[in-house]
Design a protein around this ligand. Structure first.
Ligand code: NAD
Length: 422
C-alpha cells in the first residue's frame, strides 16, 4: 500500500514553495512571503500518559499557529504514528490558505500527536487527549486558537478536549474546539460536512467541465470521515463509485459499490477490505482505473510522479490535505486533468466548524436546514470564485495556483492594512 513517507516529499517545503510561487505570480512584496513562510508560533510538548498497564509513556505533541491576520488560528488535531513537525507546519499553512479561500474568518493552525491510536484503548486515548489539551492550553483559546478533528480523531476526542479545557478555565468553554458531539455544543452535520462539501464541489466541477454526474464513474482513496461521507453524498447524486481503498486494502466493482452498505460494513469491521460484492484492489491500481473522477481522501503525497502518469480520470477533487506532490501536479497539468485542490475542495469541514463556533459564541443553535443551505452556498461560492478568478488570469494557471493567488491577495491586503508588511 502506498505510504505517505515513501515518496520523500517534505510537505512543509511544498507549502512554502506554493506561497512563494503565488507571491511571485501576483508581484507581491517579498516581505509577504517572509511573513508567511513559517508559522507565527510552533509548540512541541512532551505528553506523558499512563497506559492501561500502569506504565507511563511519553508521546510528542505539536501545535502550529501559522497566521491569524483574518481571525483566530484554526485547524484539526491528527493522531498518527508517522506525524512530524514539518507535516504539522505544512498543514497549518494550508489551513490559512483554505480559510482565506473559503472566506471564513479564521487563520491557520494544526496540531498532532505522534501515536498509533489503533493500538491504544479508549481510556488511553482519553488520557492522551486530555493531557494534550493541558499541555497546549497556554496557547489555545476560543478567540485565539480553536482545534478540530482530523485523521484518527473524532467528536468523542473533541468532547474530552472541551471538557479538559473547561476544567482548566473553570467555566464551560465549548467554543474551544469544534467537531464536538451535539450534546456538548456540536453542530448538526459537522461529522459529514467535509464529505458533503466535497460532493458539492464535485458537482460544481462536473458542471464546469460539462460532465454529467448521473452514472459518473468515481474512484475513491480513503474511507474515513471524509471519504465515507463523500461516497454517500455522491451516491445520492447518482454517481457510480467503482473502487474504494483504505489503509488495510480495497474493493472494486465495475458496476458500482453501494456506499451505504459499504459504510455499514466498514463501521462493523473497521475496513472496506473483503466487502462482499467486489474484488480486492490496491492504491496503485485504483489510481490507474478508467474513471471520470478520482477523489484522494486519505493522506498527503499519494498522487506522485510514479502514479500520476497512469491516471485516466478527467477530474481529480482532493479530499485529503496535500495528496498530490508538486511533480505529480506538473504531470496532471500536462495531461489536462482538472484538479480541484484541497484548499478549496475540503473546506466544508472548516466552514461548518465556523458555523459551530458562531453558535457556541451566541449560545443559539441553528436548524439542520439552515446549516445545510449555508454550507452549500459557501461551497458553491468558493468554487465559482476561484474558477472565475482562474479564467480571468492570462497564463494558463491551474485551479491550485488560482486558489493560492486568490488567498494570498486577501491575506496580503489584510496584512498591509494591519501594518504587518509592505
Ligand atoms: P480518518 O482518520 O477518518 O480517515 C482516514 C482514511 O484514510 C481511513 O479510511 C484510512 O484507512 C485511510 N488511509 C490511511 N492511509 C491510507 C493509505 N496509505 N491508503 C489508503 N487509505 C489510507 O481521517 P479523515 O478525517 O477522513 O481525513 C482524511 C483526509 O482529509 C486527511 O488528509 C485530512 O487532513 C483531510 N481533511 C479532513 C477533514 C475533516 O473534517 N475530517 C477536513 C479537511 C481535510
Amino acid at each position: 500500500m502506498t505510504n505517505n513517507k515513501n515518496t520523500h516529499v517534505n510537505p512543509f517545503q511544498v507549502a512554502q514553495h506554493q506561497i512563494e510561487h503565488a507571491v511571485e505570480q501576483l508581484g507581491l512584496p517579498q516581505d509577504v512571503y517572509e511573513r508567511l513562510k513559517n508559522p507565527d508560533r510552533f509548540m512541541e510538548a512532551a505528553i506523558p500518559v499512563e497506559m492501561d498497564d500502569g506504565k507511563i509513556r511519553v508521546f510528542t505533541g505539536y501545535r502550529a499557529q501559522h497566521n491569524n491576520v483574518l481571525g483566530p488560528y484554526k485547524g484539526g488535531i491528527r493522531f498518527h504514528p508517522e506525524v512530524d513537525a514539518d507535516e504539522v507546519k505544512a498543514l497549518s499553512i494550508w489551513m490559512t490558505i483554505k480559510c482565506a479561500v473559503a472566506q471564513v474568518p479564521f487563520g491557520g493552525g494544526k496540531g498532532a500527536v505522534a501515536c498509533n491510536p489503533q493500538q491504544m484503548s479508549a481510556k488511553e486515548i482519553e488520557r492522551l487527549s486530555r493531557r494534550y489539551i493541558w499541555a497546549m492550553s497556554p496557547i489555545l483559546g476560543s478567540k485565539v486558537d480553536i482545534p478540530a478533528p482530523d485523521v484518527n480523531t473524532n467528536a468523542q476526542v473533541m468532547a474530552w478536549m472541551a471538557d479538559e479545557y473547561s476544567k482548566i478555565r473553570q467555566y464551560n468553554d465549548f467554543g474551544i474546539v469544534t467537531g464536538k458531539p451535539l450534546e456538548v455544543g456540536g453542530c448538526i452535520g459537522r461529522e459529514a460536512a467535509t464529505g458533503k462539501g466535497l460532493a458539492y464541489v464535485i458537482r460544481e466541477a462536473a458542471r464546469a467541465k460539462n460532465l454529467s454526474l448521473k452514472n459518473a464513474v468515481i474512484a475513491l482513496q480513503g474511507f474515513g470521515k471524509v471519504g465515507s461521507a463523500t461516497a454517500r453524498f455522491l451516491g445520492k447524486l447518482g454517481c457510480k463509485i467503482i473502487a474504494v481503498t483504505d489503509i488495510f486494502g480495497g474493493v472494486y466493482n465495475k458496476n458500482g459499490l453501494d456506499p451505504e452498505k459499504l459504510s455499514e460494513y466498514c463501521r462493523e469491521t473497521g475496513s472496506v477490505k473483503d466487502f462482499p460484492g467486489g474484488t480486492d484492489i490496491g492504491n496503485e491500481e485504483l489510481f490507474a482505473l478508467d474513471c471520470d473522477i478520482l477523489v484522494p481522501a486519505a493522506l498527503q503525497n499519494q498522487i506522485t510522479a510514479e502514479t500520476a502518469p497512469g491516471i485516466k480520470a478527467k477530474i481529480i477533487v482532493e479530499g485529503a490535505n496535500g495528496p498530490t506532490t508538486p511533480e505529480a501536479d506538473v504531470i496532471l497539468k500536462e495531461k489536462n486533468i482538472f484538479v480541484v485542490p484541497d484548499i478549496l475542495a475540503n473546506s466544508g469541514g472548516v466552514t461548518v466548524s465556523y458555523f459551530e463556533w458562531v453558535q457556541n459564541n451566541y449560545t443559539y443553535y441553528w436548524t439542520e436546514k439552515e446549516i445545510e443551505s449555508r454550507l452549500e452556498l459557501k461551497m458553491v461560492e468558493a468554487f465559482n470564485h476561484v474558477f472565475a478568478y482562474m479564467n480571468q488570469l492570462e497564463n494558463n494557471v491551474t485551479m491550485r495556483e488560482a486558489a493560492f493567488m486568490y488567498a494570498l491577495q486577501r491575506l496580503a491586503e489584510a496584512m498591509k492594512m494591519r501594518g504587518w508588511c509592505g
